[in-house]
Ligand binder design. Structure first.
Ligand code: ATP
Ligand code: MG
Length: 449
């Protein structure tokens, strides 16, 4: 016994007789390991020719290393020419190859395979998948002529894989199927078992908990990903879609090297969103600058978790840095509803009398509040100072409002509103409520934008 499948989905996957099986979900569930085992059913048959495929050649090295720990035990030898393949003593072969471009499908035109193993299926296009699957044929009736795939959610192929296996992945599908349950299709049309030309399909979810060989360190690494990637890779969640970029797109944000010149800055605001430690929220402080040119620059973002005393200590040091840079810099803090909120603001104002601290009461919903920053960013009129926090910010905002986290969006909304003069009116006698947002922007910038 050189290898034993894990009980649960890995075993179900290895036992399935369906014509088309996808084993998909969490990273580390044991998908690739199972793919490498599949050919071993057939390698005593000299007519077996299998194809293990990755989209890109650079990933094949890892697959060769892993198979190299097992196949030689069975007498297999790795041949490198004319193509990389394992040759078993019977003459059975497993080709290890890649298919990067759609036109690469044609490289397989004259070949027949008993089994094709797609690793990381969501890296492939549907055209590649269909094209390669068309090579599944032969005359030895003891061989399977089927495809198997392992994959995580996400990546460029997420949508087509989801659509093809929607019966298993979409809980609201009218013909919902359980993991490993078979459905029959003729082409893409649903059919039934035994119908002429009908082929069976199934999907088996991979979960990291089902693989006892996974270390805590690996799990910790997955925990550190953005919420979207964590949902996809740690929880194998197919319903969380790739970032839609409806409200933010990093490619449309200007990048600046370093802070703007002091003489160009009209106003600076750092807005804080205090997290409630009980629900693991982040505390975020985002500083924005308004330049005389009208450009708004995201200059700095701090983001951390901690109880109220940690938050207060970080507030003290960060706001001191802001004041040193620009004595006019305003700090805004959220004012929770009720007396507790009023008291908290008052206590901050008492403790930091040298700062301008303004309360902000969340009016409207998050999406509405983020609207002004969002439209400015998408229009290319927002800049960000290049720094280590950039990616975390982009990741959250590109999936806003679907992401679990929106603390950075909130902080940006507040800072921007404060800069624009929207929000708690400073001089109520001016009849601030009648002024539109763009009017206020005009006032704040000293010119219309
Ligand atoms: N049945 C098993 N027996 C021993 N080790 C296993 C078994 N299944 C998986 N493993 C080991 O667990 C680790 C993760 O498995 P594998 O790489 O196959 O996961 P994966 O689902 O393909 O992950 P990824 O999504 O990151 O590609 C590997 O080190 C693999 O060798
Ligand atoms: Mg893998």
């Amino acid at each position: 016994m050189i290898w034993r499948p894990n009980p649960g989905p890995q075993t179900t996957f290895l036992k399935s007789r369906a014509n088309e099986v996808v084993y998909g979900g969490a990273a580390g569930g044991g998908k690739s390991a199972a793919l490498f085992m599949l050919p071993l059913y057939w390698v005593n048959n000299p007519n077996y020719r299998g194809l293990y495929l990755r989209r890109q050649a650079k990933y094949l090295g890892d697959a060769i290393d892993k198979t190299n720990r097992i196949y030689p035990e069975l007498g297999a030898k790795l041949a490198l020419s004319p193509r990389i393949r394992w040759v078993f003593p019977s003459g059975a072969e497993l080709w290890m190859n890649h298919c990067e471009h759609e036109s690469d499908v044609a490289n397989y035109d004259s070949f027949e395979f008993a089994e094709v193993l797609f690793d990381e299926l969501t890296h492939f296009t549907e055209t590649q998948y269909r094209g390669i699957r068309a090579r599944l044929r032969g005359t030895d009736r003891s061989l399977p002529y089927w495809s198997r795939a392992g994959t995580n959610p996400g990546n460029i192929g997420h949508e087509w894989v989801f659509a093809r296996f929607a019966r298993w992945l979409d809980p609201s599908h009218e013909d919902h199927a359980e993991p490993g349950e078979l459905r029959w299709f003729v082409g893409d049309e649903p059919s039934s078992k035994g119908a002429p030309l009908a082929l069976s399909r199934t999907f088996i979810p991979a979960r990291i908990e089902d693989n006892p060989h996974i270390s805590d360190a690996y799990r910790a690494q997955l925990n550190d990903l953005s919420p979207l990637r964590r949902a996809q890779l740690l929880h194998g969640d197919w319903l969380r879609k790739p970032a839609r970029k409806d409200y933010w797109d990093r490619d449309r944000v200007q990048i600046r090297e370093g802070l703007p010149l002091a003489s160009d800055v009209v106003a600076r605001v750092r807005a804080w969103d205090f997290g409630a430690t009980s629900d693991g929220d982040w505390t975020v402080g985002a500083r924005l600058a308004l330049l005389s040119s009208g450009l708004v620059v995201v200059e700095d973002v701090v983001r951390f978790r901690g109880d109220p005393s940690v938050v207060r200590a970080r507030f003290a040091s960060v706001s001191a840095g802001d004041a040193e840079l620009d004595a006019r810099c305003i700090q805004t803090i959220p004012q929770d509803p009720g007396q507790a909120g009023v008291d908290q603001v008052a206590s901050y104002q008492r403790e930091f009398p040298h700062l301008t601290i303004r309360p902000r009461r969340p009016s409207k919903d998050k999406v509405t509040r983020f609207g002004p920053v969002s439209s400015r960013a998408l229009a290319g009129n927002l800049a960000i100072v290049r720094a280590g926090w950039n990616d975390t910010l982009h990741n959250e905002l590109e999936s806003f409002p679907e992401d679990n986290y929106d603390d950075q969006a909130d902080a940006l909304s507040d800072a921007y509103a404060e800069l624009s003069g929207v929000g708690p009116p400073r001089e109520p006698s001016r009849g601030a409520d009648d002024v539109t947002e763009s009017d206020r922007w005009g006032n704040a910038a000293g010119r219309g934008w």
